[in-house]
Design a protein around this ligand. Structure first.
Ligand SMILES: NC(=O)c1ccc[n+]([C@@H]2O[C@H](COP(=O)([O-])OP(=O)(O)OC[C@H]3O[C@@H](n4cnc5c(N)ncnc54)[C@H](O)[C@@H]3O)[C@@H](O)[C@H]2O)c1
Ligand SMILES: [Zn+2]
Length: 357
């Protein structure tokens, strides 16, 4: 079964979700396109061949662009190689870039598409849970520089997104679970049915071939689509997506990005819940529910090895901090996010102690 989720905004687009829906790809690629640049990780050439077959049914010239695996793809040098390729093939604005891979590939390909001729259409085919529920939806694109992660990029909505759950069959279990941290976040911010589904059968949630994961991805995409449809450029509503991310980003930084993003977010979610409780907003049972849901997916829920002064410093230079006031997304209850401005340092440290106790 195929579900189409509409993302509204200046440039509306559809996210197609289903198992075995790769053949829907031509419907997302502009029929007028003469050429498609297929950007994919080196390691995913088998899948790239499947995409090529799906697209060859149309009358389109396909140029394959293999890029390094994971974060190594998100560099200005790799972007430059892709710009050269687009130049050599005389890509015009009616041609299309297709990305195939995890969030690193969708970020890179989105950025290259945003900048080539000031914007050619891009269709994302995410192959990780994180890519499906987060990176590919919402139009944020970026590459890294020597000064840090995601510092150069653009808000650039795709022309379409295709989430085919069968592409997850080769994804390592740890990567799959890590992506589910964002799904759990969506559950607490908006959709308790997500939490109930995981609680009913955590193993089913981790099975890429089963119906539970399909429903979880659909629900999380619906949530993200709603939020970014109302606020593409991060002027307000989108800030709630940062739930669990302030400490999560600090852990990633302190660990020099050796942690999976979702693992850091998992710890960050428990921290944000503890902070919500200490601020008198959230009850202890809901905090405990954060721990139990995440632990049932074997995600980390504490960070005893962390140095608080180091984490606090890393949080202070988080780009999401506006001016000098620290802002945290907290919960007043399930489905009721709020912003906590300028919490006392003692509360922040107490939440860290609670996280690890
Ligand atoms: N633009 C956004 O809004 C946004 C949101 C969240 C994260 N991101 C970005 O996404 C990136 C992380 O994405 P990710 O977690 O998908 O990691 P990733 O893209 O680095 O992929 C993780 C690893 O899994 C491999 N892989 C991908 N799909 C596979 C599959 N189906 N089978 C086997 N291996 C597969 C990749 O080659 C890579 O080695 C980060 O760069 C982050 O900044 C962007
Ligand atoms: Zn995230």
């Amino acid at each position: 079964m195929t579900t189409r989720i509409a993302v509204s905004g200046e440039s509306p687009y559809d996210v197609v979700v289903g198992a075995g829906v790769l053949e829907e790809l031509p419907s997302l690629v502009d029929a007028a396109a003469a050429q498609v640049l297929l950007v994919h990780s080196h390691s995913m050439s088998d899948l790239a061949t499947r995409v090529e077959t799906a697209l060859r049914d149309g009358d389109v010239e396909l140029v394959r662009a293999p890029v390094p695996d994971g974060e190594a793809a998100k560099t200005v040098e790799v972007a430059d190689d892709l710009w050269s390729l687009l130049g050599r093939h005389a890509f015009t604005r009616s041609d299309v870039v297709v990305s195939l891979g995890g969030g690193a590939v969708t970020d890179l390909a989105g950025f290259v598409a945003a900048t080539w001729l000031r914007g050619v259409p891009v269709v994302h085919v995410p192959t990780t849970v994180l890519g499906m529920v987060d990176a590919a939806v919402g139009g944020k694109t970026a590459v890294n520089t020597s000064e840090g992660k995601n510092l150069v990029g653009a808000f650039y909505p795709p022309a379409g997104v295709l989430c085919d759950l069968t592409t997850l069959s080769t994804l390592p279990r740890e990567d799959l679970a890590s992506g589910l941290a964002e799904v759990v976040k969506a559950g607490f911010l908006r959709d308790p049915a997500i939490l109930e589904l995981i609680e009913a059968d955590p193993a089913a949630a981790l099975d890429p071939a089963g119906p539970a994961l399909l429903e979880l991805v659909e629900r999380a995409v619906r949530f993200k689509a709603d939020v970014v449809g109302a606020d593409l450029r991060e002027r307000g509503g989108r800030e709630v997506l940062n739930y669990g991310h302030t400490l999560g980003h600090a852990i990633e930084k302190v660990e020099e990005f050796r942690w999976r993003h979702g693992d850091a977010v998992s710890v960050g979610l428990v921290y944000a819940a503890e902070l919500s409780r200490l601020a008198g907003r959230l009850d202890g049972d809901t905090v405990a529910r954060h721990r139990s849901v995440l632990q049932s997916l074997r995600l980390p829920t504490s960070y005893p090895q962390g140095s608080w002064p180091e984490l606090l410093k890393a949080m202070s230079i988080d780009k999401k901090v506006r001016g000098t006031t620290r802002r945290f997304v907290v919960l007043d209850g399930i489905g009721r996010p709020a912003i906590l401005e300028g919490p006392e340092l003692s509360d922040l440290e107490a939440a860290f102690t609670a996280l690890n106790s």
